[in-house]
Design a protein around this ligand. Structure first.
Ligand SMILES: [Zn+2]
Ligand SMILES: [Zn+2]
Length: 261
């Protein structure tokens, strides 16, 4: 199947958005089901958020329907994404993925760490809304003020996508990037950490554990001044370069505290 097989009334940007919605809300509901049934409770490392699923959902849907969808349609209308070849060459596919991962981290870090977290802008731009959650209710990943959502979700996705050439009309490329992104956001806000058992194993197991841990973003929610990159699935380049990664900030604080003591 290619983009040309889509019905005429369904632009590719809308089809990609629909896949993103199925992935986001599918994974979100799965984690919600885990919360309610107590399954996999050994991996639930944080108490469930005081915000309920029903309280969080309307704001999430508003952002996705009235901000993300029009932005994606606009990008296609302007010819900046979702247009072109049905299949990217293998090289362009890989370079595109790489560019999206790195670009996402750059744009998201810039917005999040340097603008949204500025004390004088925290309430004005409404990032405080997202920080009223504790990263322990899957779909709270997109529980944000409109400005926050545009800067942390829409821009870090669409700007790199346009810069790598818009992904052509390659269904696999688009469906994979949005589904992976949706899972990453949902997982790191779920309160589950699937690395806890591996983290007690040998060096290889611990390496895998560090790759699949959801701790970084949880630390961001609890401490506020660490790990601004999207934790799971992100390259975390900026947090490493600017030394804001949660495991790099800890010793500094300890040292300062011991000096104060
Ligand atoms: Zn934040
Ligand atoms: Zn968050």
């Amino acid at each position: 199947m290619t983009a040309h097989d889509l019905p005429a009334w369904l632009p590719l940007s809308v089809a990609v958005w629909l896949v993103q919605m199925v992935a986001y809300h599918g994974f979100g509901l799965w984690f919600e089901w885990l919360d309610r049934t107590g399954r996999l409770s050994t991996y639930k490392v944080r108490p469930v958020d005081r915000w309920t699923y029903a309280q969080v959902l309307p704001r999430v849907l508003f952002n996705q329907v009235f901000l993300l969808l029009p932005a994606m349609m606009l990008a296609q209308w302007a010819g900046l994404a979702y247009v072109g070849a049905d299949h990217l060459s293998p090289l362009m596919f890989i370079l595109g993925m790489l560019g999206m991962t790195i670009g996402h981290d750059l744009v998201q870090y810039f917005s999040h760490a340097w603008i949204l977290h500025r004390p004088e802008l925290m309430r004005t731009l409404g990032h405080s809304v997202h920080h009223s959650t504790t990263a322990s209710r899957s779909i709270s990943a997109c529980f944000m003020s409109p400005m926050d959502f545009l800067m942390e979700i829409v821009a870090p996705y669409l700007i790199p996508l346009m810069l790598v050439g818009g992904g052509g009309a390659d269904l696999l490329f688009h469906f994979f990037t949005v589904s992976a992104g949706a899972f990453g956001g949902i997982y790191e806000h779920s309160g589950y950490d699937f690395s806890v058992k591996l983290a007690q194993g040998g060096p290889v197991a611990r390496f895998v554990a560090s790759r699949i841990s959801s701790k970084a973003h949880a630390e961001h929610h609890s401490r506020g001044n660490v790990s601004y990159s999207d934790g799971f699935g992100s390259s975390n380049i900026c947090d490493t370069v600017f030394k804001t990664r949660w495991d790099l900030v800890k010793p500094r604080e300890r040292r300062r505290n011991s000096q104060e003591a």
